[in-house]
Design a binder for this molecule. Structure first.
Ligand code: ASP
Length: 404
């Protein structure tokens, strides 16, 4: 992982890149399109690692659950909580984006019109049939990511029941996951250049000049929508804390150092030690804390799901895509799965966001519109990710008897 000094340096470079990109698009207008290849290069580099990363991350995530036949009630409650809260989070994001319509007044034309396939899945049977691949190698080659995810979940689950005999394979996927994360770290060093070009390009395409203001208004609306979604989801989680875990504002006070750390590090994984300490300090038993928080830091990402839900609908609006009922279902499912697959590190959600876009047919270059503000949104959603884990631990604590 990147050192703290490097990630701060990267953060400053990204902020400078956003400002320079906007200024270049504004001043140079269409001429700024000569930089667009840098954005494409950055996106291609991210896409390059999508397939191996998703497969390795999901297989490792699922196999970390241990023998799924022995999960029992605590495991069941935890998984139910993780999945349902992320589905709710994605839905909150999509609904708010549908209500606020942040992409209503700003339009871009996709370079590759054929990519717009969000309308394809119109019925439940399409959605269901799209989940299982008749040929997993073809799915990997064609980036049929939803099918790969389903395969990886089943594979990971099967791996947990093979015990010693599956050890080599689970070690392999764990190493693969670590290696892919190192590669993502390297690709992030390209991000200031990529982000510069990705910010400049849509402004240049929209005609430079006053397009800057329109772009800023649309992106500003998007940021506000994501932030409102995060607040709504935080309140929903708080209600679950009050009504199911029977805890309230005191708990929030006790764990606030963990939330502040999440905001300042943009990393759920880096916050794990503090989250565990705060949760135990707030009086939770050790076993729910030790089960839910480490697992949740890689699997349970409410904030990431809200952001991906808003981002997808926002870009669908910008590209004039019609979002059907079937697409909503696909978006919420793939967003929940994408949030599970996102790593708990700064900008860990990027690759998975691109994955959701490719599943529903949003052009990857649309990412350019939202990536410039992500350094801020990442911090905010990480705080909600950690809050979700801490609420999950409190809920499980309530269902577990004994004082371990
Ligand atoms: N930074 C987030 C986390 O660590 C992941 C993301 O990029 O959404 O929780």
């Amino acid at each position: 992982m990147m050192s703290k000094r490097h990630s701060m340096l990267l953060l400053y470079s990204i902020i400078v890149a956003v400002i320079l990109g906007a200024a270049t698009g504004w001043i140079m207008g269409e001429d700024a399109l000569m930089f667009s290849w840098m954005g494409t290069l950055f996106l291609n580099a991210l896409k390059m690692v999508v397939v191996p990363l998703i497969v390795a991350a999901i297989i490792t995530g699922v196999s970390s659950l241990g023998d799924i036949r022995k999960l029992g009630k605590p495991g069941g409650i935890t998984i139910l909580f993780f999945l349902s809260s992320m589905l709710i989070a994605a839905t909150v994001g999509m609904i708010l984006a549908g209500v606020f319509v942040p992409g209503g007044d700003f339009h871009l034309v996709a370079k590759d019109a054929a990519a717009l396939n969000a309308e394809n899945a119109t019925t439940i049977s399409d959605v269901m049939l799209g989940l299982i691949s008749p040929n997993i190698i073809a799915s990997a080659a064609n980036m049929e990511l939803l099918q790969l995810i389903v395969f990886s979940i089943i594979f990971g689950a099967a791996l947990t029941v093979t015990g010693e005999k599956g050890r080599v394979v689970s070690n392999f996927f764990e190493s693969l996951n670590n290696i892919m994360m190192v590669m993502v770290g390297w690709i992030m060093y390209l991000s200031p250049f990529g982000i510069f070009a990705l910010v400049a390009t849509p402004i240049a395409e929209a005609g430079g000049g006053e397009a800057v203001l329109e772009t800023f208004a649309a992106v500003g609306g998007y940021v506000l929508t994501v932030l409102s979604g995060l607040v709504v989801q935080a309140i929903i989680l708080f209600l679950l804390l009050v009504f199911i875990a029977r805890r309230g504002i005191n708990y929030l006070g006790e764990i606030s150092p963990a939330l502040l750390t999440a905001f300042s590090t943009s990393s759920s994984s880096a916050t794990v030690p503090l989250s565990m300490d705060c949760a135990e300090g707030a009086g939770l038993k050790k076993s729910p804390v030790r089960f839910v928080i480490p697992l949740g830091s890689t699997v349970n990402m409410n904030g990431t799901a809200v952001y991906q839900g808003v981002a997808t609908i926002f870009l669908a609006q910008v590209y004039g895509l019609e979002v059907t009922f079937g697409s909503y279902i696909i978006i919420s499912l793939s967003t929940a799965l994408a949030a599970i697959g996102s790593a708990g590190i700064p900008q860990g959600g990027h690759i998975m966001t691109l994955m959701v876009f490719s599943i529903v047919g949003i052009p990857a270059e649309g990412f350019g519109l939202i990536v410039g503000v992500d350094w801020f949104l990442d911090r905010s959603r990480t705080t909600l990710n950690v809050w979700g884990d801490l609420v999950g631990a409190a809920i499980l604590d309530r269902f577990m008897t004994g004082d371990t």
